[in-house]
Design a protein around this ligand. Structure first.
Ligand code: ADP
Ligand code: MG
Ligand code: MG
Length: 883
């Protein structure tokens, strides 16, 4: 097996397509080399070696040692240097790189190969002792943290104390001698804490770092990130070892990061930041506030710090050329890392840049206009779930803004919540249903869970490429970063700025589109769905085969869904219509009556309400299909609970409170989910189904007259397991249809079908399809009944199932293809075998989940139905499934 791939000087053994083997970083370094770009030479140890390492009790393949030695010689030959040789010093970085980019999840060690002897060589070689000691102390810090497991705060503490003692503000103020002293303090502290000295032997350092990269694949942060992003453990990480170039060699050196287009808005202008005389992560870590790369961006930001364009025009010009070339080559917006060593530009990384949904749409549409990609490709470039970001509110421009601070507009959208100052507090508050804004001086990978639990993130330090900004954009959460006037006191739990002091629990609003931080809650506006969004949606609509409907019962939801492009209603849950106001009293009266007469009296009150509900839905849907599910009440949810409620219903029914309480107890069920619900109710009390059918037909007649476009109601019988259940209810519906036709002189066209939500129904679908004209897969219940897991009780153990590797995904979020999915497939095939033109749809939560939608396309469903806010996601996902 080939474990090691080299790159450098215009040639490489790997290429961009080798991402699985070399990781994203390694594959792209190889590709950039092959393109002839200036990349420091190096080599990549494959992800297969990582997997071998874990499969063999954390040991290395036998030949690896020799392979690495040879690859180091290769770097030596290209650079004219030798690893570990003080005469011709070669220093390297050791960088992790998995298949998918995992920002900040894995740790990089720079300047490896330095020790007490070689640092002198570096000083002599570069003619800059300050630089050499700065590099050495950085190496000691990183290595001790990443490889030896010593908390980096130990070093920060020492450095802060020294800076205070010496009266320096910035790290760059320290002289060579001062750094030398800091180094001696570092080393003493390491011995004290770890009981062993800092390793001096370069070979030992290298293998320590390689082992640390492999081990970091299993660190807590990486595992959390993988879980949140569905990245399989089996991918492993690669290790990149690369000759060092130095951005900290004085004022003609710099380090920076850039996006070839603005990652927040998508605007076709290079967006980047850099720091003079700095190394590695300094820009991202928010240690100093970085400078803009282009003059244009500097002016737009109103910054008085010179741009790279101004400071180093030659390196800048080369960089602009390369970034354009890389974007054309990859045909996508790139995220670049570079270092300038004494005026010479080096490329250190390229990858597809993370971007907001808004930017993703604009970039895709612009690239189609430029002929760089096709419309089909544009549609596949957008992550459907990210559209969610665009469907969320922004601050009403007319609202009064009480701005207390300004930061960078790091991730768009606005959010309001209570202030919290730590990720744990955020999680705790979230657990009890509170909405919070997480405020940190800066965030680190340890804050991922807190960021997830928050509505938005606010930091005092860090730029547009800081950890907080990058992660928030990925999560689609509003973020304001680098709000420099904020004074945050973690201990006191306060945030103060410009004379205002806020405490933990106070309400703030952040506007991630402008960078404003506002006191209190602010009026929000619903989003605009035109422009780039509309263009992508139109392309998606041209591609997709499946229709997209919505689950809606209220007029507001139905209207909203139509503006999002819903093509009908796939599920109208009539029981939800009975929770409102006085209706619930009539509903209770109906449920609690022990005679048909009593029930009919209550139903008579409900009929006009139902009819007007349906009429309104039919009018909104004007001619589009509307599927109405007959009552499927979780009975216990409707039963009166408090004494007041019981008294109210007793009064209306003119029975005693005691009698009613007794009746309530009779109706108690041990397991309501499997109890007297669905069509079972229509069979015991047919008058309920009859009332509903009447309301539907009468409303359809009226809507047809009013709008001129007759609706074709699709009446759905829930929880059918036996064909006879369905037939029994269908006979009642047909009888009412005939009666209404006779009374009104209008025969409404309608379909009668069933939910497939019990395994028995899926298995007997051929039978049921003899009379049922459509099926809708009710995958919420179908998942419950397939697994025998109650969805409402699953939270307490499903997460543990995931952690213990028993399940990979929550089957209530994404269809379990092997079980629930298999039943769907059987149901669809059997249904079509009997009735080839049978209409098939899905109406569970899964109807808005892209992975499940892909499966629906595979099974050949006619439509998916989902909640209104998921409609655009479903339209796009259905298109991607059809490409
Ligand atoms: P991450 O994946 O967290 O971005 P990287 O491996 O890209 O980690 O490295 C962290 C930082 O160190 C980046 O700024 C990168 O540009 C810099 N870096 C990595 N290798 C070298 C090198 N050989 N010379 C100079 N800087 C480097
Ligand atoms: Mg990087
Ligand atoms: Mg159901």
């Amino acid at each position: 097996t080939k474990w090691v791939y080299t790159f450098g000087d215009g040639a490489a053994e790997g290429r961009a397509g080798d991402r699985n083997l070399l990781g994203g970083k390694g594959a792209n370094l190889a590709e950039m080399c092959s393109l002839g770009l200036p990349v420091p030479p190096g080599f990549t140890i494959t992800t297969e070696a990582c997997n071998w390492y874990y499969a063999n009790g954390q040991a290395y393949p036998a030949s690896l040692q020799a392979d690495v030695a040879k690859a180091l010689e290769h770097i030596g030959a290209l650079t004219g240097r030798n690893f570990g040789d003080p005469e011709k010093l070669l220093l390297v970085s050791v960088r992790s790189g998995a298949r998918a980019s995992m920002p900040g999840m894995m740790d990089t060690v720079l300047n490896l190969g330095l020790n007490d002897v070689t640092v002198e060589a570096l000083a002599a070689d570069s003619g800059d002792a300050r630089f050499a000691y700065d590099s050495y102390r950085r190496f000691i810090q990183m290595y001790s943290d990443v490889v030896m497991g010593l908390d980096h705060e130990v070093f920060e503490e020492i450095l802060e104390e020294e800076k205070a003692r010496l009266g320096h503000d910035l790290d760059t103020d320290l002289t060579a001698a001062e750094w030398q002293h800091v180094i001696s303090l570092y080393k003493a502290r390491i011995e004290e804490e770890l009981g062993k000295p800092f390793p001096q032997e370069p070979g030992e350092q290298l293998w320590g770092a390689i082992g640390a990269v492999f081990s970091s694949w299993m660190n807590h942060r990486a595992i959390t990130y993988r879980r949140l992003h569905d990245i399989p453990e089996s991918w492993g990480t690669a290790v990149n070892v690369q000759a060092m170039v130095f951005g900290n060699m004085g004022d003609s050196s710099a380090t920076g990061v850039a996006f070839t287009r603005n990652p927040s808005t998508g605007e076709n202008l290079l967006y980047g930041e850099f720091l003079v005389n700095a190394q590695g992560e300094d820009v991202v870590a928010g240690i100093r506030t970085p400078q803009n790369i282009t003059e244009q961006a500097r002016i737009a930001a109103g910054s008085d710090k010179p741009s790279l364009q101004k400071l180093m025009p030659e390196a800048f010009a080369t960089f602009m050329e390369i970034s354009e070339r890389l974007e054309k080559h990859y045909r996508d917006m790139q995220d670049l890392e570079f270092t300038i060593e004494r005026g010479k530009l080096w490329m250190l990384q390229t990858r597809s840049g993370k971007r907001t949904a808004k930017a993703a749409l604009k970039i895709a549409v612009d690239m189609v206009a430029d002929g760089l990609i096709s419309t089909d490709e544009a549609v596949t470039r957008i992550d459907p779930t990210s559209l969610d970001q665009l469907l969320h509110p922004t601050i009403d421009p007319k609202a009064e803004r009480n701005v207390i601070a300004m930061g960078l507009p790091a991730s768009p959208g606005a959010a309001t919540g209570e202030l919290v100052f730590s990720s744990n507090e955020a999680e705790e508050a979230r657990a009890i249903g509170k909405k919070v804004i997480l405020v940190r001086i800066e965030t680190s990978p340890e804050d991922i869970h807190g960021m997830h639990a928050s509505e938005g993130i606010l930091t005092a330090r860090g730029g547009m490429t800081s950890h907080a900004a990058v992660v928030a954009r990925g999560m689609g959460k509003p973020c304001v970063s680098g709000a420099g006037t904020l004074r945050i006191d973690y201990k006191a739990g306060t945030l103060s700025t410009l004379g205002t002091t806020l405490r933990k629990g106070d309400i703030v609003t952040i506007d991630g589109s402008t960078g404003q931080v506002l006191k209190g809650a602010v009026a929000m506006l619903q989003p605009e769905l035109s422009g780039d969004f509309a263009a992508i949606m139109e392309w998606a609509d041209n591609i997709r085969r499946m229709k997209v409907r919505t689950n809606a019962e209220t007029p507001a939801d139905a209207r909203m869904a139509r503006t999002f492009g819903a093509e009908g209603i796939g599920l109208c849950r009539t029981e939800h219509m009975f929770f409102e106001g006085t209706r619930v009293v009539a509903m209770r009266e109906m449920i609690l009556s022990d005679t048909e007469k009593g029930r009919r009296a209550a139903l008579a009150k409900l009929l006009p309400m139902q009819r007007s509900d349906f009429l309104e839905l039919f009018e909104i849907m004007a001619g589009l299909p509307v599927t109405i599910r007959l009552l499927d009440p979780p009975l216990h949810e409707f039963l009166p609970k408090t004494d007041e409620e019981i008294e109210e219903v007793a009064g209306v029914m003119e029975v005693s409170v005691d009698k009613l309480r007794q009746r309530t107890e009779e109706l108690h069920e041990f397991n309501p989910m499997l109890g007297h619900r669905g069509c079972r109710l229509a069979i015991t009390y047919p008058e309920i189904a009859e009332m509903q059918a009447r309301a539907i037909f009468e409303a359809a007649v009226e809507a047809g007259k009013k709008t001129g476009s007759p609706v074709v109601p699709e009446i759905m019988v829930p929880l059918v397991g036996l064909k006879r259940e369905f037939d029994f209810v269908k006979a009642r519906i047909d009888a009412v249809a005939k009666a209404v036709a006779d009374e009104t002189g209008v025969a409404v066209e309608y379909l009668t079908g069933t939910m497939i939500e019990l395994p028995r129904a899926a298995l007997r679908a051929d039978h049921i399809a003899e009379t049922a004209e459509f099926f809708s897969f009710g995958t919420n219940d179908l998942t419950q009944t397939t697994f025998g897991i109650s969805r409402d009780d699953a939270a307490s153990f499903l997460e543990i199932y995931r952690q213990k590797g028993i399940i990979e995904q929550d089957p209530f979020v994404s269809i379990d293809l092997e079980g629930t999915g298999e039943l769907m497939r059987i149901g669809a095939e059997k249904g079509r075998a009997t009735r080839p033109e049978i209409k098939l749809g899905i109406c569970g939560e899964h109807g808005g989940d892209p992975a499940s939608i892909r499966f629906c396309e595979e099974v050949g469903l006619d439509y998916v139905s989902c909640s209104p806010f998921r409609v655009p996601i479903a339209r796009l996902a259905a298109a991607q499934a059809a490409v």
